[in-house]
Design a binder for this molecule. Structure first.
Ligand SMILES: Nc1nc(=O)c2c([nH]1)NC[C@@H]1CN(c3ccc(C(=O)N[C@@H](CCC(=O)O)C(=O)O)cc3)C=[N+]21
Length: 282
């Protein structure tokens, strides 16, 4: 039976350490502060923004939320980002995704100062990620790598499959895992034969957003299974993995909730502190 990759516990461990770093900064008069721009009234986004705020407060980081209406124009969001870019007290700027359809997210990403890009999603930081010379890392991929490190899961030479090619998870995670010498296949909705890749994979990361997508019959005995999915089924939060059956076949598995989610939030805080330190020459 698979062992649990306890994201919640690891997030707490890392947060306690980070809190000490923040304490030292604060003693020297440096207050880590980042801004989250949330456009519209997506209930999930509102929940995430609040979760982040609670976590930030626990660590001693200030989070300012800019809640904008659903019909906000792209131009107005760009102007807000420019204002935050110019504010020396602000060390991080991020846009909660998804954004309403009148907003071209790429235009927003092009506007965020790469030195304040806590989400690691600006073109230059995404580019650096692929060039193997990066400073910030997108939160979810960063948390997943931290989890592999903590539990001693070796990536070198392993066949890894990532299901889902989003800018916030699949693509940056592919970059980070290949940097650790895994052979990465990035699967997506047009992949002809996903079963072919899955049955050979030593490591499976599912970020597709489809409940019960990964069942026990699809994976290799002893695979490491990481579930990034967030699905609500009959009022219950579940991932993409059929947890109960897959855990019998996997060597390691993340639960949902309590797996990747808490690590995502904690990793974002790590990036805020990283950028705060760098901006202050530390
Ligand atoms: N620019 C941007 N950056 C993001 O990092 C980002 C985003 N947009 N948009 C949405 C996704 C999703 N996301 C999560 C954060 C926390 C939990 C989390 O804490 N989950 C808890 C459970 C929470 C619950 O009970 O609903 C858990 O899995 O244990 C999950 C998912 C960040 N995202």
């Amino acid at each position: 039976m698979g062992k649990i990759l306890n994201g919640k516990e690891l997030a707490k461990l890392r947060a306690d350490k980070l809190k000490e770093t923040v304490k030292i900064l604060k003693n020297d008069g440096i207050q880590p502060l980042f801004c989250v721009i949330n456009i519209g009234d997506n209930p999930a986004s509102k929940l995430y923004v609040r979760t982040k705020k609670r976590q930030a407060e626990r660590i001693g980081i200030e989070e300012k939320i800019y809640q904008l209406p659903n019909d906000e124009t792209e131009e107005d969001v760009i102007n807000l980002i420019k204002k935050l870019n110019a504010d020396p007290k602000v060390y991080g700027v991020m846009v909660q995704l998804p954004a309403p359809e009148q907003i071209n997210v790429n235009h927003l990403m092009e506007t965020i100062d790469p030195a304040k890009d806590v989400d690691g999603l600006t073109p230059s930081n995404m580019g650096r990620l692929w060039q193997g010379d990066h400073f910030v890392e997108p939160a979810t991929p960063s948390g997943i790598i931290a989890m592999f490190d903590h539990y001693g899961i070796e990536l070198a030479g392993k066949d890894a499959v990532i299901v889902g090619r989003s800018n916030i998870v699949g693509k940056p995670l592919a970059a980070l895992m290949q940097e650790r010498n895994a052979t990465v296949s990035l699967l997506h909705t047009k992949t002809q034969n996903p079963e072919y890749y899955l049955k050979n994979a030593d490591i499976v990361v599912s970020a597709a957003g489809q409940a019960n997508l990964i069942t026990a019959d699809k994976i290799k005995e002893g695979a490491v299974v990481v579930d990034v999915g967030i699905n609500h089924v009959n009022g219950k939060l579940v991932g993409d993995v059929a947890f109960d059956e897959v855990k019998e076949k996997a060597s390691w598995i993340t639960p949902v909730p309590g797996g990747v989610g808490p690590l995502t939030v904690e990793s974002l805080m790590e990036q805020v502190v990283k950028l705060t330190r760098r901006a202050n020459g530390r």
